[in-house]
Every structure is written in C-alpha cells, then in structure tokens.
Design a protein around this ligand. Structure first.
Ligand SMILES: [Ca+2]
Ligand SMILES: [Ca+2]
Ligand SMILES: [Ca+2]
Length: 311
C-alpha cells in the first residue's frame, strides 16, 4: 500500500514534469508579437513615365481605386510599382507601427536600384497621431544626404500636360532610342519647361490614363546634375547613388539604403522625436531624362521593417 502510493506520487511528479516541459516548448513567444509587417497601398498617384499604365497595368475604365488595388498586388508579389517622373508618389500604411528604437535603423523602402542607376525617391513618414488608421496626420520628411544641399529646391511644383497620342512625333536627331522628344510637356514654378520623351522600348501612353488633362505635383527637387551620359554617344547613362536617406537609391542589401526614423524633420527643418511611424510616403525626387533608360522615376517594391526581431 505504502509502495503503491509512493509510485503514484512519483508517477504524478513525472507527469507534471513532462507536461511542464511540454508547455515550455510549445509556449507562444510574446516578444516579438509579429514577425512580418505588411505594407498596404493607401494611395498611388504616379507622374508620367515609361512604365506608367503598365506597372501596375491600367485598363480602360480603371479608376484610382483599381490602380491602388493593383499596386498592392504588385507589392505583395515583390514586383515593382513605378512612380513615374518627378513628383509621382505612393502612400503606404504599415500593418504594425514601426518603432523608433534608440536611433537605430528602422526600415528600408525597397526599390530596384543597381550600381550607377539610382532613381532617388524622397521619403516622408507619419505617425497615426489621431489613431484613426488613415494617413491624415502630419508628414515629416526623412532628411537624406541632400536635405541641406544648396542644390535642393524646396516648394517645387511641376505640372504635366496630357499629350495628344496622335500628334506628330519629334524623333531625336542624335539618339535613335528616342521616338518623340516633344511627347509630354511640363512646366514648373521656377520658370522652366520641357518635355518628357518617349523611347522606342515603351510604346504605350506614358500619361496616367485615369487622370485629367494635367497633373501637378509639389515637393523638394533634388539636383540631377550627376545624371549624365559618360560615353557622349548615349550608350553609358549613369545616375550615381546619393549618400543616404532615399528610396530606389542603393541596392536593397546595401546599408546605405536603410532609413532611421530619427532623421525625420518637420516643415521648418527641425528634428522631430517620433515614437513610431505608421505611414510612409515616397515620391520621385528628380526631373531628369537618361536617353534609352528613360526618365528618372522611382520604383518601389515594398518596405522592410528593420525593427522586427530575427526569427
Ligand atoms: Ca529604379
Ligand atoms: Ca490618422
Ligand atoms: Ca525608373
């Protein structure tokens, strides 16, 4: 009797030990609460460009909302969404707020930059201060390496005019790649005007077809003085990467592509101390043409939250 009671106690202890072990191995980690952080497309307003109406694709009858949904599908599949030339933009909402941790790298806007082909997109961030899930809060610019450059023009504005697709084209006399050098007229608020050219590699309309007769964009304009053809014959166009702080600037695996939330500044250029951000806006920061490579236009393929713990 005594023995069997002992065995029972021992057996219960063993059972308790086993179930304890079991519960330890099966425990759900509470930190981190999530291992992925999806970027949701809240708005997509591209400027004209050689990939517009294709990435994502516009079909007759499509509206803003259709294009936003298609942009989402592109990002979910790691395909690029093209913002078009200067000013075209995308607004992304993160599934979870990205925290600003001790001045560490916070996130990365993924693009398709490669060596000597940067198409820098200016990045703005916002917290959901009023907690309504919408990007209707104050935006703060990520002060990248060119923020304080005397060559950066603030309060810039450009307007593009819808082209008559049946107009007589003006092929370049010096570059056979350019089928129409007077394709899409633009003018800005610093007295300049010009054309976004059409090239022989992209024959669809470059003007967002779901938009009206003209579209206007505002922001800061980055200098494009380093976008040039090194060959003199149009075969070696380069756009060197800016030091840091932009999208589609360095390759995605380069540390210089990483962004710190602590770089954010308010409209007067003063650093702001954001606890976290929920929204990210990216717009093409340059107005430039590069022969057969087309206009400088930022591409976005997604956002990497660098604060997620390694699995
Ligand atoms: Ca690009
Ligand atoms: Ca809000
Ligand atoms: Ca591009």
């Amino acid at each position: 009797m005594k023995n069997s009671k002992l065995w029972m106690v021992a057996g219960l202890a063993l059972l308790a030990a086993c179930s304890k072990k079991e519960s330890v191995t099966n425990v759900t980690p509470v930190d981190p609460p999530h291992t992925t952080n999806r970027a949701m497309v809240l708005d997509y307003q591209p400027a004209p460009g050689q990939f517009i109406n294709q990435a994502p694709e516009w079909v007759a009858g499509n509206s803003d909302q259709d294009l936003i949904a298609k942009a989402q599908t592109s990002l979910d599949n790691n395909n690029f969404v093209c913002l078009g030339g200067y000013g075209g933009y995308i607004v992304l909402g993160m599934q979870y707020a990205i925290p600003n941790v001790d001045d560490q790298y916070s996130f990365l806007v993924k693009g398709n930059a490669f060596t000597n082909w940067a198409e820098p997109g200016i990045i703005l961030v916002s917290a959901d201060t009023n907690n309504n899930g919408k990007p209707d809060d104050e935006w703060y610019e990520i002060a990248g390496s060119e923020y304080n450059s005397s060559k950066t023009i603030r309060n810039y504005q450009i307007t593009y005019f819808k082209p008559d697709e049946k107009k007589i084209a003006t092929p370049s006399k010096t570059d056979n790649n350019l089928s129409d050098t007077t394709y899409i007229r633009w003018k800005d608020n610093i007295g300049r005007s010009g054309y976004l050219s059409k090239n022989i590699y992209h024959s669809q309309s470059y003007y967002p077809q779901w938009k009206g007769d003209s579209i206007t964009f505002t922001g800061s304009l980055l200098s494009a003085e380093n976008v040039k053809d090194l060959s003199g014959t149009g075969v070696n166009w380069v756009s060197p990467a800016l030091s840091f702080g932009y999208a589609d600037n360095w390759a995605n695996d380069n540390d210089n592509a990483k962004i710190k939330i602590s770089w954010a500044v308010d409209k007067s250029g003063k650093k702001v101390n954001l606890k976290n951000i929920k929204f990210i806006k990216v717009y093409t920061g340059m107005r430039a043409e590069a022969g057969w490579l087309g206009e400088v236009s930022t591409e976005v393929t997604g956002v990497t939250d660098l604060t997620l713990k390694q699995q």
